[in-house]
Design a protein around this ligand. Sequence first.
Ligand code: FE2
Length: 197
Amino acid sequence: MSYQLPPLPYAQNALEPYITSKLMSFHYGKHHQGYVDKYNELVTGTPMADQPLEKVIKDTFEKLDQKKLFNNAAQIFNHNFFWHSMKPKGGGEPPAKLKSAIQHTWGNLIAFKTEFSTKAKDLFGSGWVWLVKEGDKLEILQTKDAETPITGNSQKPLLTLDVWEHAYYLDYQNKRPDFITAYLDHLVNWDFAEKNL
Ligand code: FE2
């Protein structure tokens, strides 16, 4: 059975005005769907066709002859995770347990947001910014292109932000920093992050 694009956890226009329905229709309906179509094309008829997506990602990581399959599989996972990292009326204060973990590492939420947003702005080219848990520590990571923290076994993702140009260009053009601010102040789904903690 081929892999099916999971439904968005909210309506396509639910994140307006910060992400318009038009941008979402391209990002989810064309880009994310495109990774799913390519993945199915590459995996069909191979022994990996029946494997769970996360296993395919781990098994193809850093294998030169499997790079295309890795890229498409990882981009499916990353986008699935990204949609859940946001919600309508997101932002605000994290719930207690996550807030205390953030304070433990960064001192306060503002310092966390500053580091997250600097790493998102500074990521050159295409990639992802993640809040991950490693052992009992929280960390902010950048990954390039399709790379994802789940290829190692030590980092557990809590949240992610897509900073590929296709994630914001229609609504924000070259203003990536404005997209990052909208994500942190109005979209981020702290409940999802805490659930992953
Ligand atoms: Fe994307």
